[in-house]
Design a protein around this ligand. Structure first.
Ligand code: ADP
Ligand code: XUL
Length: 542
């Protein structure tokens, strides 16, 4: 008898669903609703509400609801026997917050299955839009919270990360300061993950330790709300936050609305939702030391599993809870797919053309170096977008393409040095991981092999794995993470991209050069043009 498990992922540009069969170890269904294509009437640009102020980036929670209903409708019309789905879990873009008034709880408890979610929940938001992880408008709130908690190192020790513009705490403080009445009218504040979980549960759902760690509000060691951080953020915040739970917690069963409307069994368990990166950690099988991952989606992230807590006092990276109950280290970039898309659009290229150019241009790019801040950047912190080019200009087609990809992975290697462990192998996921030429550059820069998967949605897959894991453990058929994941992933790895060792010295040198250009452009340091000329002479002199 087959046991099916559904994993959902409410990400920046889309809502994805994956259904796995834990007996046959197969993915039996996959579907993605694209906000920019399938929900155009919400007037977002690929899921993002455009604003004159480039630092303000919000999305629309009603659009996520609508995407959920479209996806469920399509699952219902597919060949999947929905009543065999034993458990559901999910993933959300991290840090984004949803603000609900007191009508929300009563309404989700009594949803009418004849009517849509949107028509019933429209009036339940105390803030119409949700700030998401791409927002960087809270620098002053970050400073205030940091000061209140005793400075940068203290915030890091207490919450696992320095205060970051996109983190939920600074975002909540900004809302309280700018719209005190609307804040007062807010009954609950959810993360994207716990918001969608609440709809499915028919009651307020808890926040898991994985996503909770991205708020600057959770004590990273105790895995409990930090009273001090709450006080530093906004008044009466404690009562507006849902409780915290382990990521594998069964939080209840699917609400009657989904049972009646979409044919789920009333027994379907609901497992706590988590952030997309903690879910991807599981979806890629990172439950052992020495393995690292690159998620190349709307954001680029680089992360690894940690058995023990190891914080970054430099403050560039983060520690989140891992769904296994341990920890994970992570660094995140905003100039990721959307920055690659900008260059691609500027030269009107298809992805195949983009790849051809990467294949035909030399590592080191004749010494052409880019600092690619098309959007505000997280690491290093750059609030005003600006693209720096050294040794070429914006009309140089080949130079720009190679430069942006080299810059992205040089920066990733440079700013993840706090993790100290050198990756022995890297697992790639996210939309851009389909592109093997991009991964070859990454592999050469990190001097490590990169595994490429057939399926690039590891967040949704990780959520499905988590659902299966919690369900089986509750049934007393005790299951270990690796037992569940390894067989699934074996058939998923389609290619191992090996680093070209001939490029090692070149990229070690280029990394030093890149760091100097970063220091020159955004900190006060000398122009390293002379070193750039030496680099060109060493590697490209005829
Ligand atoms: P999200 O983080 O929203 O879940 P995805 O992981 O689905 O995003 O990644 C979407 C991105 O994948 C798109 O913005 C697009 O730029 C990128 N992408 C899709 N195909 C390719 C390709 N062949 N090469 C590089 N990037 C690609
Ligand atoms: C992680 C981060 C992004 C979002 C969106 O800290 O901000 O990766 O989770 O995917």
């Amino acid at each position: 008898m087959s046991n099916l498990f559904l994993g959902l992922d409410c990400s920046t540009q889309s809502l994805t669903g994956i259904i796995i069969d834990s007996e046959s170890k197969e993915i039996i269904y996959r579907n993605s609703i694209q906000y920019g294509k399938d929900l155009i009437f919400h007037k977002t640009k690929d899921g993002i509400i455009l604003d004159k102020d480039e630092q303000k980036v919000h999305s629309n929670p009603l659009m996520w609801l609508e995407a959920l209903e479209i996806l469920f409708q399509e699952i219902l019309q597919s060949e999947v026997n929905v009543s065999k789905i034993k458990a559901v879990s999910g993933s959300g873009q991290q840090h984004g917050t949803v603000y609900l008034n007191s009508s929300f709880q009563m309404k989700i408890k009594n949803l009418d299955p004849e009517k849509t979610l949107i028509s019933q929940l429209k009036g339940s938001f105390s803030r119409k839009t949700s700030p998401i992880w791409m927002d960087s408008s809270t620098t002053s709130q970050c400073e205030e919270i940091r000061k209140h908690l005793g400075g940068k190192e203290e915030v890091i020790r207490k919450t696992g990360s320095d205060t970051f513009e996109r983190f939920s705490g600074p975002q909540i403080r900004k809302f309280y300061q700018e719209q005190p009445e609307a804040y007062e009218n807010t009954d609950k504040i959810h993360l994207v993950s716990s918001f969608i979980a609440s709809l499915l549960l028919g009651d307020h759902a808890p926040i898991d330790y994985g996503d909770g760690a991205g708020m600057n509000l959770m004590n990273i060691e105790k895995k409990a709300w930090s009273q001090e951080a709450i006080e530093a953020t906004a008044p009466n915040l404690q009562e507006k936050l849902p409780p915290l739970v382990p990521s594998y917690e069964i939080i209840g069963s699917l609400s009657n609305y989904f049972v009646e409307r979409y044919g789920f069994s009333p027994e379907t368990r609901l497992i706590a939702w988590s952030g997309d990166n903690p879910n991807s950690l599981i979806g890629i099988g990172l439950t052992k030391k020495g393995r690292f991952a690159m998620s190349l989606g709307t954001s680029d992230t680089y992360f690894g599993y940690l058995k023990d807590l190891h914080i970054d006092l430099k403050g560039e990276g983060h520690i989140f809870g891992a769904p296994t109950g341990d920890y994970m280290s992570l660094i995140c970039y905003k100039n990721a797919s959307l920055a690659r898309e900008k260059i691609r659009a500027q030269f009107k290229l298809k992805w195949e053309d983009f790849s051809d150019i990467l294949r035909s241009t030399p590592p080191g790019n004749y010494g052409k170096i880019m600092l690619p801040y098309f959007f505000p950047e997280i690491v290093p912190l750059v609030l005003e977008p600006r693209v720096y080019r050294f040794g070429f200009d914006e009309t140089d087609l080949e130079g720009n393409i190679r430069a942006i990809i080299e810059a992205q992975f040089l920066s990733m290697r440079l700013h993840s040095d706090w993790i100290t462990e050198t990756p022995k192998e890297i697992f790639a996921t996210g939309g851009a991981s389909i592109n093997r030429e991009i991964l070859q550059v990454a592999s050469d820069i990190f001097d490590a092999p990169i595994h490429r998967f057939e399926i690039t949605d590891s967040a949704a897959l990780g959520a499905a794995f988590r659902a299966a894991y919690s369900y089986h453990n509750q049934q007393n058929s005790e299951m270990k993470w690796m037992e569940l994941i390894e067989d699934f992933l074996k058939s998923q790895i389609i290619e191992k991209i090996k680093p070209n060792r001939d490029n090692k010295e070149l990229y070690d040198d280029m990394l030093e050069l890149y760091e100097k250009f970063e220091d020159f452009a955004i900190r006060v340091a000398d122009n390293p043009e002379q070193e750039r000329q030496e680099f060109i002479h060493k590697y490209f002199a005829l």
